[in-house]
Design a protein around this ligand. Sequence first.
Ligand SMILES: Cc1cc2nc3c(=O)[nH]c(=O)nc-3n(C[C@H](O)[C@H](O)[C@H](O)COP(=O)(O)OP(=O)(O)OC[C@H]3O[C@@H](n4cnc5c(N)ncnc54)[C@H](O)[C@@H]3O)c2cc1C
Ligand SMILES: Cc1cnn(-c2ccc(OCc3ccccc3)c(C(=O)O)c2)c1-c1ccc(Cl)c(F)c1
Length: 468
Amino acid sequence: PGDSRSTSKRKVIAVVGGGLVGALNACYFAKRGCGVELFESREDIRQAKIVRGRSINLALSHRGRQALKHVGMEEKIVSKGIPMNARMIHSLEGKRSPIPYGKKGQYILSVDRANLNKELLTAAEEYPNTKLNFGHKLLDWSIESGAMTFLRSDGTKMEIKADLIVGCDGAFSAIRKQFLRQSRFNYSQTYIPHGYMELTMPPKNGDFAMEPNFLHIWPRNSFMMIALPNLDKTFTCTLFMPFEEFEKITTGEQVLEFFQTYFPDSIPLLGEDALKRDFFRLPAQAMVSVKCSPYHMGNKCVIMGDAAHAVVPFYGQGMNAGFEDCLVFNEIMDQLNEDFNAVLPEYTRIRVPDDHAIADLAMYNYIEMRAHVNSKWFIFRKYLDNFLHFFMPNKIIPLYTMVTFTRTRYHEAVQRWQWQNKVINWSLFLCGTISAVGGTFLLIRHLPQSPSLLVDQLWARVQVLKGF
Ligand SMILES: Cc1cc2nc3c(=O)[nH]c(=O)nc-3n(C[C@H](O)[C@H](O)[C@H](O)COP(=O)(O)OP(=O)(O)OC[C@H]3O[C@@H](n4cnc5c(N)ncnc54)[C@H](O)[C@@H]3O)c2cc1C
Ligand SMILES: Cc1cnn(-c2ccc(OCc3ccccc3)c(C(=O)O)c2)c1-c1ccc(Cl)c(F)c1
């Protein structure tokens, strides 16, 4: 087989998967001076028409931006993103409640998935030490030799070796398949009963149909819908609903009936005909949560992004976590002088707890939103968060703020949130007890007579009232 392993000092990295994380990783390794060969099963999306079936836009937040910043891509991506400074909660009655994310600089960005992927591929390609191979699908690889077998779009096969294989081939990773054959490799996957469907909300009179700088949310317990703005003044609405509910809706009239019941304010904005058409354009897509460890095999291979940790999208963190994987791996490469024997196990040791934490958080959010969260509860919770944070800014930091607007390690954010909840619950218990004791004391203290006399007086009044 072709052997790309370096004879010189320069290491050759094979990045498998040219999606968001693979393309960014190619930039990271190329910037480091490695020889990078990226292999992507699809044809070059920069030449192909738009690929359907993945979310059209995504929420980019602090972790992802920091990762892009390291390879000089933050400005380019942010300039094509639309800031969302607050949530806009839509009630069943059509009332809209804006709830800011927090301080001025705290906003998330709606970015176009295809454009982001194209920009990252082009950035990777600009490095002289990078080669992008499209139409190359990894079939198998050997943990012992590190040899990889690719099926090319012309039907031929090719084998190559590299100094390091970086598996960024998504939730159904072929790289990870080999990991599953190894002992002591832990793996779990969960398909949730909800599916998702994307609908497009067109511009109205040439402008956005709703306020553009918001993450629009219609929380209806087990039905949820969100809308993120696009540069072409459309919104991409994502409807989350149990598959069994999707399956009950088989006619255009039933679509309208459903939206009239749960999301009435969105019907005139989506357009009745477009809604009836779009709803049946693609089937609802499944959502899977994947957790595994370790993330590496020997000194040969490491997995990142959805290949290592596919998360349900109820925190808007999947891509942000995958981008942060690249940043963390790079930081460890610097610390351990690119010694793969040390870097790979250290990456697993550091990153597994954090990616498991965000996978659990996203699932927790899904379960919490599905069970409790309607618009009133959503608004109450967020006002409570903001109220507590306002009065105790260094004591109480909302979990969503830590996850979305800081690089606090995900597992530390969860630990802090659990501690904060204890403090809040204790404080509420204490306040409750103090006011109960205090109230009773005041009642007894300022009563003119003994309590029994008071009861007689109250009873007499009841008899009088009974007489009316
Ligand atoms: C509905 C929905 C909404 C989301 N919203 C957000 C959001 O708001 N914010 C956020 O941060 N994240 C969000 N995500 C998550 C985000 O989409 C993923 O975390 C992200 O795409 C992961 O990137 P990746 O590169 O690891 O995997 P992918 O994007 O899946 O890319 C994997 C690539 O590998 C290629 N590939 C697969 N198998 C092979 C093979 N055998 N050989 C070669 N190539 C192969 C694929 O063609 C693909 O190009 C959302 C996800 C969904 C489903
Ligand atoms: C794409 C994206 C980016 N961030 N978020 C997000 C997620 C959860 C949130 O709160 C959880 C909560 C609210 C109220 C009570 C408990 C928990 C908030 C928030 O605080 O605004 C924002 C999403 C998103 C993704 C899917 C759905 Cl269904 C959704 F509604 C939003």
